[in-house]
Each structure stands twice: as structure tokens, then as C-alpha cells.
Design a protein around this ligand. Sequence first.
Ligand code: SF4
Length: 290
Amino acid sequence: MATANQYRNDIRPNWCPGCGHYGVQAAIADAVAALDIAPEKLAVISGIGCSSRIGGYFYAYGAHTTHGRALPYAQGVKLANEDMNVVVCGGDGDAFAIGMGHTIHAFKRNVNVTYVVMDNHVYGLTKGQTSPRSDVGFVTKTSPHGSFESPLPICETAIASGATFVAQSYMVNRAQLVDLIKQGMQHEGFSFINVFSPCVTYNKQNGYDYFKDNLVNLPEGYDPTNRAQAFATLGETNGLVTGLIYQDTTKPSFEQALYAANGGPHARALVHDVVKPDADVFAALCNEFK
Ligand code: SF4
């Protein structure tokens, strides 16, 4: 049986003391340990931002990709390595601003990867600017009169875009977060988990007290397969609700649809069964493109 310590390397995170991302890293390690995933069967792919440093702190495969581009990279990793467990990580700026085009398409495409977004409503790495999730009135150095834009309702956006697993959690609630990551990784298709993870340095407005006072859990008896109820609940709680908000197990994953149409995992064949050309064949190929 795997243990959470197995996924630790000897690099010490350089997040600020008290940053929420420590708890997210621990929760992912707990979840993959509980699922007994060997480190060589785990890939942690991240974008750019404080939260995206997380991949460097795991003993597993990983790539610290470019800003907003973790998802296309991760989907390629998964399609070429169908037995790899792929966890994608980023922050709300990386995921919902520069990367939003990819995020929307990942919601609808339904490749079997798990996307954990550390949502702190601010850009931390660049020292505190508004993100697409910042509250109206949020004062930063670049919005001295307060943000005028309404925050992106990301869970509604995910469901409306065709996502099949939409959950939300708070990093303080470790047991719930671990359980949701496990469920997400076992879901057949794309799983999206938005995690409130306070930035103690650049967002004093949405700190630990704010989330403690404002977040509510989904009510007893809530049915995550009920799409209309998911939208209604998100509206009633202003999006500040935690738990498994929506799940659709009827839509085929991208891989299932692709293989049904094309007869097999061709991308895997590219990686595993490729016949390496000898020097002459390779030179001839190169000449074709001169
Ligand atoms: Fe965490 Fe904010 Fe510090 Fe970045 S700036 S490490 S998000 S507390």
C-alpha cells in the first residue's frame, strides 16, 4: 500500500508560511496514496503561478508547462499513456484567464484527467493583481478603486460547457478534499475540482476567516446528477458551496469516444510501439522537409 510520503521529494516548497497550497499538496498526496497509485504511474502537470510550483514538489512524473497551457500538455500525456494517472494543477489566474480557452475545451472534451485549481481570487506570483475570480470591490495595486468586474461563476461555466465532474472544496477541509480528488480520479472522464486555497500575502479580503464564515456544504440528500439543482444551488449560495456539485456518468470520455470511432488507442501506439527509423531512413525523412 502506498503512503503519502512516497510522493515527497527533497525539494522544500517556497510558498509563504500559511499559504493554502500546502494543504492542497498534502491532500493530493493523501488521495493518490489511498488509491495506491505508484509514483511512476502518476504525472503532475502544472501551468504558471505560485500554485503551479506544486508539480516540482512531487516525487512523480511531471511538467511545469507554460502559462495557461497545462491542460493541453496534460491531455497529450494522458492520450499517449493511457495507464498514467494525470493530475493537472494551477491557479485561478492560470486556469480562468490566460488558460480559459483550454479550460472550456477540456470541460467539453472529457479526457480522463483530474484538474485541481487552487482558487485564491488573486495573482500571487506577480504580487497581487485581480484575477477572474476576484470579488467586486477587491482593492489591489492595479485596481486601487476596487475591481469593477463580477467574478467568473466557474462551476456554472464548467457544467454549462459539458463538464462531467464538477466539485468544489476548501483546503482546510482535508477529508472532504481528499475524498473529492479520489472520486475525481476514479471518474471516467474529465474531473474538475475548484479548491479555495487562501493567499495570505496578497488577498487579505478572502482569507481563512472569510472562507470559514461563508462556505457551506451541500445539503444532505443532494443529488449531483441533477443538473438543474446544481445550477440552482450554485445560484443560491453565490458559488460558495463545497462538495460534489455535478456528475454525469452517461457521457463517454474522450478516449472512449475516440477509440469507438477509430478502433483503438493510436496515440499509445505512437509512444509505445514506434519503430525507430535507422539513420538512412531518418536522413531521407529530414530531406523531405528541407
Ligand atoms: Fe501562496 Fe500568496 Fe504566497 Fe503565492 S503569494 S505563495 S499564493 S501566500
